[in-house]
Design a protein around this ligand. Sequence first.
Ligand SMILES: *Cc1c(COP(=O)(O)O)cnc(C)c1O
Length: 382
Amino acid sequence: MENNTTTTTKWNFKENEKLVTALGLTVRSVLNNLTSCIDPADTRFVISLGHGDPSAFPCFRTTPIAEDAIADAIRSAKFNGYSSNVGILPARRAVAENLSQDLPYKLSPDDIYLTSGCGQAIEVILNALARPNANILLPTPGFPCYEAWAGFTQIEMRHFNLLPEKEWEVDLNEVESLADDNTVAMVIINPGNPCGNVYTEQHLNPVITLGSISKRWIVPGCRLGWLVTNDPNGILKEHGVIDSIAGYLNISSDPATFIQGAIPQILEKTKDDFFSKTVNMLREDADICCDRIKDIPCITCPSKPQGSMFAMVKLHLNLLEDIEDDLDFCTKLAKEESLIILPGVAVGLKNWLRITFACEPSYLEDGFQRLNAFYQRRAKKQ
Ligand SMILES: *Cc1c(COP(=O)(O)O)cnc(C)c1O
């Protein structure tokens, strides 16, 4: 080691513009900016149709099974210690059994890596796949967390379109033209966020599945997710992907042990009626959402949501006075109506909006009333 040389490297963390853009446009940061635009003089309560977390609404409270399981795990005093790097065995076994219900073969606990929410699973897999010249195929619109991590790990991002007129299916021709020998992964989100679509089985054949209990069990604060390797032919193992994942998890922190302790009870005991109640609630909300959209000429929904809790709607700027783009629309909407909606640009689709409909129906109706009032005021005069 020579210590008399001076370094000429210039450190500039703003150099990578894509990275800065990706970080500046995370859903969270855009929503925070919109919230700061709310007029403090408006005495009405703030309505947010921009969130991804319905847990605060009484109709979307998690099941008592989950609440009891977590309390039991803490009271047992068995889960106060450190976890193992991949997650404790009973928790991995429970996740393997639960996910195997929907598969033609059985997953083993060794296929399961527990993470702090699905968010950390994204971090883990992108770090595990990163290598010089690697590229990844990402959907537009998509989930910005992938862009942010791809930026950090310096994996080149290539975007393929989801087709609104085909229920947001992947443009497969485009995928074929983008992929090459350095393509390490293609991201598929099902049910769709931000589009609310559900893919056919035929359309899905991913080899690594990321997921979490955040949305289905409505406990996003619990931070328990998973990365699952579906590798019956040992291809991932042969290419070193498995070692890379385990290696990354060795140095990264684990989901809280008590929530891992609770997971077998949560997964085994939650009855179908909890999920069907949630799905029925979401269906009612989606119906309200699509009906009210029809009353507001400046937005249209090309494809009714079939899953998830989001609808992507197209914004028709030509019908509006003095609105520059989707971000301008959402900023003025927050200022004038104390209503928060996510601009499409935050999920990669400019001049669209992502509307979250997972809330109390009356709250959703109030939100659409404000949206309509805003449109009436801003509509272009003939
Ligand atoms: C909600 C969501 C996540 C984050 O999940 P957590 O379990 O809360 O970390 C990641 N990707 C998509 C597509 C999501 O909808």
